[in-house]
Ligand binder design. Structure first.
Ligand SMILES: Nc1ncnc2c1ncn2[C@@H]1O[C@H](COP(=O)(O)OP(=O)(O)OP(=O)(O)O)[C@@H](O)[C@H]1O
Length: 578
């Protein structure tokens, strides 16, 4: 409990004061809740003593009303302080998580962690933000109330005090076992929710493939299995929790009877005054209610703790270091230089001792068999991953010493798989350079040969694309992504040539758009169509993670090696001549 409060406080940043304030006012309200008992006790004892007067009764009534009013005021202040605090804390935390995710290496996103991220954002954080303030303030209240009840018992009779302490101790012991049990099951519960999220994402993202390959049955089964598992794990949680909860209720009941029996015994033996006996009777049915209610609420606290574990684990994922402060100033150095670069995604080396340079304004093409390592070479330039050994230099500076944002300002990438955001056409282009003027955005669209088709959309540049909006063809989407890069106007362009064929019109438009994009740039092309790179300044054949051949088109053809074979095969299959 204390641990959980500390964890929430540790993430609450500037809202800590609100939480302390809410707890303070809840505590004061908790004290005031006891005022009716104290007043009734006072009236009973003065009645027994024969000192009860009309004045005493009126004053007591006024005090009672006043305590109820102040109680309501304290509750209002506590509610004001705590309501929304969870949402404010987690709004900040989501921003921090967004920043953190941005700094994680690409590998984290390709290793099946998408379900984890989604479920942390949509399940764990939501659960805590909706529950934490209420649960924490209420639970503190219950603990204070229980302590006050025990103090009352000690005031009435030390034996009653000890007995109430013992009963509370038994409830706490059983409650702790309940918490341990719940923690294990909460962990499973959250994991099952993560698997379910991943299954839903897989199913919805892959629905096209699932339908094409007639996998609806198999994949639906995976999905329903994840629903079943989630349901079973939640039921297990409930079933394992209930015996403990009943146990707490049993001790609560037996404890109450014991306290009644003990006080009746003490009174009957003349060991306790009558007014204390009455006081005891007044408290009896409230005596162990706070601690029992505390453990009634405990399951929520435990689930919160498991949620917090997973949030902290996500924050603990190692970020790609971004401590670089250097700028690229050496204008005589090659624009890009790989020096003895070795890389492994996991343990197996994918790239071995790759070295090459590309001067400013030149075109370097990477060709070779599938799986050879072409895309990997390009991804290392953007630091999607860090090299294992060796160095990649940009204008003479190791890219790890350049701030990531500055590095990214220098590079544009045209991917095979285009991603457009659910936003307007305009905003999808403008994100290439958010401070660009409308004229610049329109100009980029014209250069990327998309202006005409955009103007034919229902709302032109303001047309929404994606879910619920207009849909674009693959070629149109590709040209839009090129417009984004043209707007960004970075000196280096990485071009992952599309393998999928588009119709002749689109192909020609895309080529025109790419030519606009590449004007005056240093180009690194992952080439799948050999006819587009015949004029490249430098062609490298990448095979098994190594540069197998290197040179220009003519020298490679003269060499009669892998490149020559690839071109010859291509010429035979397509009739292409160089
Ligand atoms: N994220 C990843 N995690 C683990 N291994 C990967 C990852 N991406 C690629 N690989 C492996 O690295 C090797 C090189 O892949 P890469 O995509 O760089 O080759 P490529 O030459 O670009 O292939 P293609 O022409 O088919 O796109 C392959 O064996 C591939 O399986």
């Amino acid at each position: 409990m204390i641990g959980m409060i500390k964890r929430i406080l540790s993430v609450s940043g500037k809202y800590q004061g609100r939480i302390y304030g809410a707890m303070g006012f809840s505590f004061l309200k908790g004290l005031l809740v006891k005022v009716p008992i104290i007043l009734t006790y006072f009236i009973v004892t003065t009645f027994i003593d024969g000192t009860l007067t009309n004045k005493t009764a009126v004053y007591s009534a006024i005090a009672l009303v006043a305590s109820i009013i102040v109680q309501a005021v304290f509750q209002y202040i506590a509610d004001r302080l705590q309501s929304g605090a969870g949402y404010l804390i987690f709004a900040d935390m989501r921003m921090k998580l967004g920043e953190h995710l941005r700094r994680l290496p690409m590998g984290y996103f390709t290793e099946g962690n998408i379900g984890k991220i989604s479920s942390v954002l949509s399940t764990d954080m939501v659960f805590i933000e909706e529950n934490c303030m209420m649960v924490l303030a209420d639970m503190m209240n219950y603990l204070f109330s229980q302590a006050i009840m025990i103090v009352f018992m000690f005031v009435f009779d030390w034996r009653l005090g000890l007995a109430s302490l013992a009963v509370t101790g038994c409830i706490v012991l059983l409650g702790r076992s309940m918490m341990k049990n719940d923690l294990v099951h909460s962990d499973e519960k959250q994991k099952a929710s993560e698997i379910q999220t991943q299954a839903v994402l897989d199913f919805t993202e892959g629905i096209g493939i699932i339908k094409t390959y007639n996998l609806l049955g198999d994949k639906s089964k995976e999905l329903t299995d994840s629903f079943d598992t989630n349901c079973r794990v939640n039921l297990d949680f409930e079933f394992s929790h209930h015996p403990y909860k009943r146990g707490v209720f049993l001790i609560y009941g037996i404890g109450t009877v014991l306290m009644l029996t003990l006080s009746a015994f003490l009174y009957s033996k003349g060991l306790m005054d009558m007014k204390y006996f009455f006081g005891m009777l007044l408290c009896l049915f409230d005596l162990f209610v706070p601690i029992k209610t505390f453990y009634d609420q405990e399951a929520r606290l435990t689930v919160m703790s498991a949620c917090m574990d997973r949030i902290e684990a996500l924050f603990a994922e190692k970020e790609l270091d971004d401590n670089g402060t250097q700028t690229m100033t050496d204008s005589n150095a090659p624009e890009i230089e790989y020096l003895n670069v070795t890389f492994a995604y996991d343990k197996k080396d994918i790239l071995k001792d790759v070295s090459f340079k590309a001067d400013k304004g030149t075109m370097t093409a990477l060709v070779g068999p599938s799986g050879g390592g072409k895309s990997t070479i390009a991804s290392l330039l953007t630091r999607f991953w860090n090299v294992k050994s060796g160095e990649i230099l940009l204008r003479g500076t190791d890219i790890r010493k350049i701030p990531l944002a500055a590095l990214m300002d220098n590079i544009s990438m045209v991917f095979q798989r285009v991603y457009l955001f659910q936003d307007t056409v305009y905003n999808n282009i403008a994100l290439g350079r958010p401070d660009a003027s409308r004229e610049e955005v329109l100009e980029a669209a014209k250069k990327a040969r998309c202006y005409d088709f955009i103007m034919e959309l229902p709302d032109g540049f303001d047309t929404l694309i994606g879910e619920g909006g207009a849909s674009l063809s693959g070629g149109q989407a590709q040209r839009l992504s090129i417009a984004r890069c043209i707007l960004k106007d970075s000196p280096i362009v990485i071009l992952d040539e599309a393998t999928a064929s588009v119709d002749a019109d689109n192909e020609s438009y895309i080529q025109q758009a790419i030519s606009e994009l590449c004007k005056g740039k240093t180009l690194l092309v992952i080439a799948h169509r050999l006819n587009t790179i015949a004029h490249a300044d430098h062609i490298m054949v990448i095979k098994d993670g190594e540069i197998a051949e290197s040179g220009d088109h003519k020298s490679l053809m003269d060499m009669g090696g892998i490149y020559h074979n690839m071109v010859t095969k291509r010429a035979v299959s397509t009739g292409w001549k160089n």
